[in-house]
Design a protein around this ligand. Sequence first.
Ligand code: NAD
Ligand code: AKB
Length: 318
Amino acid sequence: MHMERILVTGATGQIGSELVPALRDRYGKSHVIAAGHKKKPPQNLIEEGPYTSLDITDITAIESVVSEYRIDTIFHLAALLSAVSEKNPQLAWKVNMDGLYNVLEVSRKNCCAVFFPSSIGAFGPDTPRDNTPQDTVQHPNTLYGICKVSGELLCNYYFSRFGVNTRGVRYPGLISYETLPGGGTTDYAVEIFYHAIQERKYDCFLKQGTYLDMMYMPDAVRAAIELMEIDANRLKHRNAFNITAMSFSPDELATSIQRHIPDFSMRYAVDPVRQAIADSWPRHMNDLAAREQWGWQPQFDLERMTKDMLDRLTSKLA
Ligand code: NAD
Ligand code: AKB
C-alpha cells in the first residue's frame, strides 16, 4: 500500500516518539504529521516536521487536521494504557473507544487507511495462555482490554462495511529507551533498565515467574510499517495480528541484565492490580498468521535486546 501523507496520533508516546522519525526517514519529513496532546513534545518531533496538538475525543479537530494536510493514512496511537485505564475507566473509554470511533469515521469520509495497535490485553483469563491462537476466546476483564477487543471488531467492521483500509497488530509489552512507557502492566521491563544502570537495584511490581510476551521497539516500529505497506491481497486477517518477539519473566530479565551488571539485584514489591492484569494475559502468543501473511519476523531476542538497551540507555543517561 502506498502512503503519501501520514498522521500519527499519540505521537509523543512511547511508540509515537520512535515511529514518527522512522516514518519521516522513509516517506519524507514534511509528509508525516505528528499529533501530540498535553505532553510536552520532544524537540525533534517539532523541528523535523509538521507538529500539531490534537484531542482525539474531538472529531471536528481530527477532521480539520486530516483535511488541512490531505492525510491518506493514520497511525492511531493515542490511548490510555492498562494500569492508567483501571485508575480512570470512564476517561479510558472516552479516549480509547470514542477516540478510535472518531478516527474511523473521519477515515471513512476522507478515504484514509488506519493502523490500530491492539494488545495482549485484548485477551482475558479464559484465553489459552500458552501458544495463544490468532483466533480464540477474548473475554478481557479490564477496561483497557474491553476497549482493545471492541476496537479490533470495530476496525474489522469499518473494513467490511465501509471499505476502510484498517490494519493492526496485537503488540506485546514494548521495551525502549527513547520515551518512558505511559502507565501499563509491562512497564517494569523498561523501568528495570533505568534502575539497573543508575542504582544497581530494582523493586519489581510483578512477581517472579510472571511470563509475558515482549518486544524491542525497533521490531515494533518495523512491524507497523511493514504491515501497512504489504499488498492487501496477502492479508486474510486485517486487524489484530498476534506478534511477539520473546517471552520472559521478571527474574529471567534480571538474570539477563546481571550478565552485564553483576552487582544488580532485584526484589519484589508486588502491585496486586497490575499483577492481576498480568495474570489474565497470554504468556506466549502464537504469531504464525503474521509470519505467513506478511512475513513478520522479529530481530531481537532477550539477550540481544538486553545488550542494546543497556548500551544505548547508558550513553543516554551519561
Ligand atoms: P503512551 O501512553 O506512551 O502514548 C499514548 C499517547 O496518547 C500519549 O502521548 C498521550 O499524550 C496521548 N493521549 C492521551 N489522551 C489523549 C487524547 N485525549 N487525545 C490525544 N492524545 C491523547 O502509549 P504507547 O505505548 O505509545 O501506545 C500507543 C498505542 O499502542 C496504544 O493504543 C497502546 O494501547 C498500544 N500498545 C502499546 C503497547 C506498549 O507496550 N507500549 C503494547 C500494546 C499496545
Ligand atoms: C500495557 O501494559 O498496558 C501495555 C500493553 C501490553 O498493552 N504495555
